[in-house]
Design a protein around this ligand. Structure first.
Ligand SMILES: Cc1cc2nc3c(=O)[nH]c(=O)nc-3n(C[C@H](O)[C@H](O)[C@H](O)COP(=O)(O)O)c2cc1C
Length: 202
């Protein structure tokens, strides 16, 4: 199976999960905006070995393959539920098993869900420093969502969806470099053509 360009990771092991809904919505928007393929995983898919693992190699095959796909991705969406004002212990444990160099330079859209608004700064105070440790490029706009932003299991708050789109747009320098290159070559080739025309005496 070839690596997905966009990979989403929801740091929740609940079913159903608001964090998974948010992750899927964000990934769907990134994939549509930049016409890339995508996948979404959640903590529940890492299996019961996750809590007991002391190193990456203690993880089950499925869990190791998910980490591999996260590491191979060109861009990540990582969302966590708030537990006691921070991310769940198991979420941090997963990242404790990941080599410090594996995520370096990766652009990441950070997002979180909580019961209320009180812990909205989890993104700035907990998630961003964790991913700074890994030397990733976290997008400037993080997206925090509380229970009242959902209706019938879907994210419905227009302001939140607009903020999500703003964050998604910040992937542009990472996911559109090919088209940007084409654009930056265009004036140069135009100039070259002019020079050739002048040299030919036209
Ligand atoms: C153990 C536990 C601790 C929680 N602590 C907080 C908290 O400190 N602040 C908050 O706003 N919500 C808290 N919540 C609520 C969850 O963050 C919220 O319901 C979240 O959307 C759950 O995401 P999920 O549906 O993906 O599991 C807590 C929930 C649990 C189960």
């Amino acid at each position: 199976m070839s690596a997905a360009v966009i990979v989403g990771l929801s740091g929740s092991f609940s079913t159903p999960s608001k964090t998974r809904v948010l992750t899927e919505e964000a990934v769907r928007r990134v994939a549509t905006r930049f016409e890339k393929n995508s996948e979404v995983y959640d903590l529940g898919q890492f299996g019961p070995e996750l809590g007991l693992a002391r190193s990456f190699n203690d993880l089950g095959e499925e869990a190791r393959s998910i980490v591999d796909r996260i590491v191979q991705a060109k861009a990540l969406v990582i969302a966590s539920p708030v537990y006691k004002g921070s991310y769940p212990g198991l979420f941090k444990h997963l990242f404790d098993l990941i080599d410090p160099t594996w995520l370096a330079g990766k652009p990441i859209l950070l997002a979180a869900t909580g019961g209320g608004e009180k812990h909205a700064l989890i993104i700035e105070h907990q998630l961003r420093p964790l991913f700074a440790f890994f030397e990733t490029q976290t997008l400037a706009t993080g997206v925090y969502v509380s229970e009242r932003d959902f209706a019938e299991g879907r994210l419905t708050n227009r302001a939140v969806l607009d903020r999500l789109d703003r964050a998604v747009e910040q992937f542009a320098p990472f996911l559109r470099e090919h088209r940007q290159q084409e654009r930056s070559f265009a004036p140069a080739s135009h100039l070259r053509l002019q020079q050739q025309t002048a040299a030919a005496g036209f």
